[in-house]
Design a protein around this ligand. Structure first.
Ligand SMILES: [Zn+2]
Length: 407
């Protein structure tokens, strides 16, 4: 293949300039910064001969209108968290365009349309409307979310109006019926590839998640007059539970457990805590694994509660099934990595992505490239230009295999 210039690193750099002031990149959903980034990216897609529209849910859809039949969609998101990095989401969208340009440079004429999509509000950083664009794209009814407000009291309805969009109108964005396959390139956002010295992650599933609010009840009493052996200390019991939850995650590969919020009451230095409450986040690679982790967690916490003379209440606040990635598409990614002489490892995704929405409707796969030191959602987020370009070449190779089946 002839040498060509390196537009992807330059594109990542250019897009990062579309940001609210402050450290890192801040390009929240439905803001002027995001719109300016869209307009810039639309121009880049048009230079590559693609037709661009911003759909009714604020997704940027760029279509290379070639061939016929269900579209091959490559996508991710262009919104960021506050003071985020320049790679999370952006790499998947800009890398999709780069894959189109590579196919064009290689003289490949696809037999099926190829779309590059930037989904609106993947990050959930403004209106508590995570995965808004991909959900609308897949036909979810989002018309009742208009009254949600951001930290400044702006409603989603008003923010959408600035883009000439309405919550009720998002139904028109449902286009999953025109889609054959979905591919997403993303930075890993964890240290797994970096630690393993691997260049590519072939995602096997997006993990199942279960969340609880745990409330531990003992007896509030005087801290100075109640003998140590006679206490029913809710916070000490909860502390044992937190450590047990950590052990549950450490015992199992590719599982994670987290306690992120904790409080005790009545909350005085001279009173034994009568109640303690905390959150639990459990994640596992598949549905059987989360069920086993869930059962084990409940059993261990109840055993601790009994030993400590405490009552325990577990309220489930969320439960999401794992989304398995398509094995055949994953094989194509692994084989593309081999063709690139890149080292690849199979791994689950511990974070949610637009692929978890699309993956419930069409064969879906994800490619991860390394995040330096596993850092993400931070101005320090970094992936080398070589790894970004490798990811785009893998996308291009998979698209080539899907559009021109081997004979
Ligand atoms: Zn992302």
């Amino acid at each position: 293949m002839p040498d060509r210039p390196r537009p992807l690193p330059a594109d990542l750099e250019a897009l990062s300039a579309f940001s609210a002031p402050g450290p890192g990149v801040t390009r929240l959903a439905w803001t002027p910064e995001l719109r300016a980034g869209y307009d810039w990216f639309a121009g880049r897609c048009e230079e590559a001969g693609m037709a661009v529209e911003i759909d009714a849910a604020g997704n940027l859809v760029a279509r290379w209108e070639v061939g016929e039949g269900p579209a091959l969609v490559v996508g991710s998101h262009l919104d960021t968290v506050p003071s985020g990095g320049r790679y999370d989401g952006a790499l998947g969208v800009l890398g999709g365009l780069e894959a189109v340009r590579l196919l064009q440079a290689w003289g490949v004429t696809p037999t099926r349309p190829i779309w590059v999509v930037g989904f609106m509000d993947e990050e959930n950083a403004r209106f508590n409307t995570a995965l808004f664009g991909s959900r609308a794209f897949c036909g979810d009814d989002l018309s009742d979310l208009g009254d949600r407000t951001d930290a400044d009291g702006v409603t989603l309805r008003d923010a959408m109006a600035a883009w000439d969009r309405t919550p009720e109108g998002t139904r028109a964005a449902a286009r999953i019926g025109e889609v054959g396959h979905y591919l997403e390139l993303h930075i890993e956002q964890g240290p797994g590839l970096d630690l393993a010295g691997a260049q590519v992650g072939v995602v096997t599933s997006i993990v199942a998640m279960t969340g609880y609010r745990a409330t531990v009840t003992g007896q509030a009493n005087h801290a100075g007059t109640t003998p140590m052996g006679a206490r029913r200390d809710a916070l000490s019991g909860a502390a044992r539970m937190v450590l047990a939850i950590r052990e549950l995650g450490r015992e199992r590969p590719h599982h994670t457990t987290n306690v992120g919020v904790m409080s005790a009451s009545p909350g005085s230095s001279n009173v034994i805590p009568g109640t303690a409450s905390f959150t639990i986040d459990l994640r596992a690679p598949d549905d059987d694994a989360i069920a086993a982790l869930d059962a084990d967690c409940a059993a261990r916490l109840r055993a601790i509660a009994a030993e400590e003379g405490l009552e325990l209440e577990l309220e489930r606040v969320y439960a999401m099934e794992a989304v398995p990635m398509d094995p055949q598409l994953a094989d194509l990614i692994a084989s593309a990595a081999r063709d690139e002489e890149a080292s690849a490892v199979a791994m689950p995704s511990g974070a949610g992505h637009d692929a978890m929405v699309l993956g419930r409707h069409v064969p879906t796969a994800m490619v991860f490239v390394p995040s330096r030191d596993g850092i993400s959602h931070s101005p320090d987020e970094f992936t080398t230009a070589e790894h970004c370009e490798l990811g785009a070449r893998i996308l291009a190779r998979v698209l080539m295999r899907l559009t021109i089946p081997a004979t």
